[in-house]
Design a protein around this ligand. Structure first.
Ligand code: SF4
Length: 91
């Protein structure tokens, strides 16, 4: 499990435009963190048959979610680093 301060409160969900556009909580900061936890724990895998890569890349890295987050989780920085790692391993 990633060592994060996310308490899964959901405050980042209502105003998050990516979640609104795709109509799925997976596209919220909380949803992406859950996907990353699944990858780190080995419960999920990255491959072309699922949309995890697309979901992680749909974040615009604008950082607006940080203003909604009571614990200050820098999700956009985490997603940017995850994308960098995905590109390094060639997925
Ligand atoms: S607002 Fe922050 S603590 Fe709450 S679910 Fe979103 S990322 Fe987690």
């Amino acid at each position: 499990m990633l060592d994060l301060n996310c308490m899964r409160c959901g405050f980042c969900l209502p105003s998050y435009f990516s979640r609104k556009h795709y109509k799925s909580k997976a596209y919220s900061p909380r949803g992406r963190l859950s996907l990353l936890n699944g990858l780190v724990d080995g419960d999920l895998t990255l491959d072309k048959r699922n949309s995890i890569n697309d979901i992680l890349h749909a974040c615009t890295l604008c950082g607006v979610c940080l203003s909604e987050c009571p614990t200050g989780v820098p999700t956009y920085e985490i997603f940017e680093k995850a994308r960098e790692l995905i590109h390094k391993i060639g997925k």
